[in-house]
Ligand binder design. Structure first.
Ligand code: PCA
Length: 228
């Protein structure tokens, strides 16, 4: 179990942990519920600061940018809901496209639009994703490496985060990435065939991710790839 206390002297280096507001007709977003449960936790000598992001293209990246400037985190983990996934899923990559299947919470539905006109096609995230998956699984919580964060607001935020980190002059170089989380049981009460994970397990999984992220410089070598 990731050891955490809640002492809040403000001298520790910061882990920024973001979650999203509800979207797509849901009344709750487990990513924010889990992130806020860890607000002010002390994990491996680092203080967690949780920030809620709007599920809105552009504005979500702006709120994230403000939090990055304010807190100067050494590690940033953005999280979002991925309904239908069975476990926590660190994302390997963020791609330079907004292509929304549904409108965001401000009614915008960009199609095939680059996030950054002159930006690279994609960024790899810089968390030790495989070590995180292994450590979460070791606590009996389902997790898997994901190779696509989709093309909605989560991917948009992951791309904005990685662009920010690539340009950062902070040293040592701050690291970051994105973790998708499943529904929690109350969201699937009427569709019990859809997978879910109790909120406590998601919170624990994210605490483990924070701990591994600050303690692991070089990712684990593990066979977590897939054919398709
Ligand atoms: N999930 C969405 C956006 C906000 C969230 O929690 C996504 O996966 O893009």
């Amino acid at each position: 179990m990731a050891r955490r206390t809640t002492r809040t002297s403000h001298s520790e280096p910061v882990i920024l942990l973001t979650g999203f507001e509800p979207f797509g007709g849901e009344t709750i977003n487990p990513s924010w519920e889990a992130a806020r449960a860890l607000h002010h936790a002390i994990i491996a000598g680092h203080r967690v600061v949780a920030v809620e992001l709007p599920c809105v293209f552009g504005r979500a990246a702006a709120v994230l940018g403000k939090a990055l400037r304010r807190h100067r985190p050494v590690v940033t983990i953005c999280t979002g809901q991925a309904g239908g996934r069975p476990g926590l899923a660190p994302e390997r990559v963020a791609i330079n496209v907004d292509d929304a299947r549904i409108p965001d919470n401000a009614g915008a539905q960009p199609l095939d639009r680059p996030i950054a006109r002159r930006g690279p096609a994609a960024y790899f995230t810089t968390l030790p994703n495989k070590a995180i998956v292994q450590a979460i699984r070791a606590q009996g919580i389902p997790a898997d490496l994901s190779n696509t964060a989709g093309t909605f607001v989560c991917n948009h935020v992951a791309y904005a985060l990685m662009q920010w980190l690539a340009r950062s002059r902070q040293r040592p170089r701050p690291r970051g990435g994105f973790i998708h989380v499943p529904f929690i049981p109350e969201q699937v009460a009427e569709r019990p065939e859809t997978p879910s994970l109790p909120l406590d397990a998601i919170v624990e999984g994210l605490a483990i991710a924070c701990e591994v992220a600050v303690q692991t410089q070089r990712d684990a070598v593990a066979s977590l790839g897939r054919e398709h």
